[in-house]
Design a binder for this molecule. Sequence first.
Ligand SMILES: C[S@@+](CC[C@H](N)C(=O)[O-])C[C@H]1O[C@@H](n2cnc3c(N)ncnc32)[C@H](O)[C@@H]1O
Length: 320
Amino acid sequence: MKPEIKFDPPEINNRFSPDADAVIFQGNCLELLRQVPDKSVQLVVTSPPYNIGKSYEKKISLETYYEQQKEVIEQCARVLTDQGSICWQVGNHVDNGAIIPLDSLLFPIFHNLGFVMRNRIIWCFEHGLHSSRRLSGRYETVIWFTRNTKDYVFNLDPIRVPQKYPGKRYFKGPKAGQYSCNPLGKNPGDVWDIPNVKSNHVEKTEHPCQFPVELIERFVLSLSNKGDWVLDPYLGVGSSVIAAVKHQRKGIGSEIISRYVEIAKERTKSAMLGNLRTRAMGTPKYDPIQAGNKLTIAPWNTEQDDRQLRLLQSMAEYKP
Ligand SMILES: C[S@@+](CC[C@H](N)C(=O)[O-])C[C@H]1O[C@@H](n2cnc3c(N)ncnc32)[C@H](O)[C@@H]1O
């Protein structure tokens, strides 16, 4: 067992050092990765640019994008421990209305490096752009790879979710009458319904597409152990490093935009001090109808219409 990390005082290094608790590097991820020794990182979890012309990226040809991703993934593979995992969170590249799922594009890179895919997790959420010529996109994926080994780290218990029918019992056989489900909860499955970070999310910063911390907490808890290094080459405003330090892991990340680096450092320090507000894992989704939000009542369903409907219903019941 590795000793507890105190984060006291909460220090963040600008460059990699094996003795650091957290490293946030401003610059190209390849430059950071060059500082990290072989087989030293237990979990790489990231969301690269999708090459769709967001404010933080320049749209390039898909071939160039593929080559750039390949170089970064190769470096991530080099720094990964033998029992480690790589989780690459992506959506679609969109070109002139045609969508190209980036997980399909990038899969061969991992496969050719000898990695094995363990899950393709569907991350679904409710908010995003409304499309008019196709269905609005409401999910993205996380492709999770390990090396071709049986002893990769996978801790299921810390990420179990409540059972649907915890009171269910075996009705026959030697265990008849005993509770049939695991009291610690059930496996969360590979479809994760976790709100994305939009305007009224407690974690919202000025970054246009930050991770909800709870999404990364699931990977940190299940695919690493206390004291391990967790790395995010495309760190944005720090969500992966935050998820790592929240759970006694050490975080490393790189980000090219100085403003995002500044926010990432502020948020990470607060997380190290235990002051950062994040949406707690397992919080039920906000249901505006249940919450009695008036905006859920369509103004065009007037009382008049309602009365007419009731009149029609009573006429249907009228038997002369
Ligand atoms: C999809 S966002 C990731 C956001 C992040 N998951 C978060 O929670 O904030 C991709 C980020 O990668 C950064 N980026 C793009 N190219 C980079 C590079 N070569 N090295 C480091 N960061 C890069 C962008 O500025 C952007 O903030």
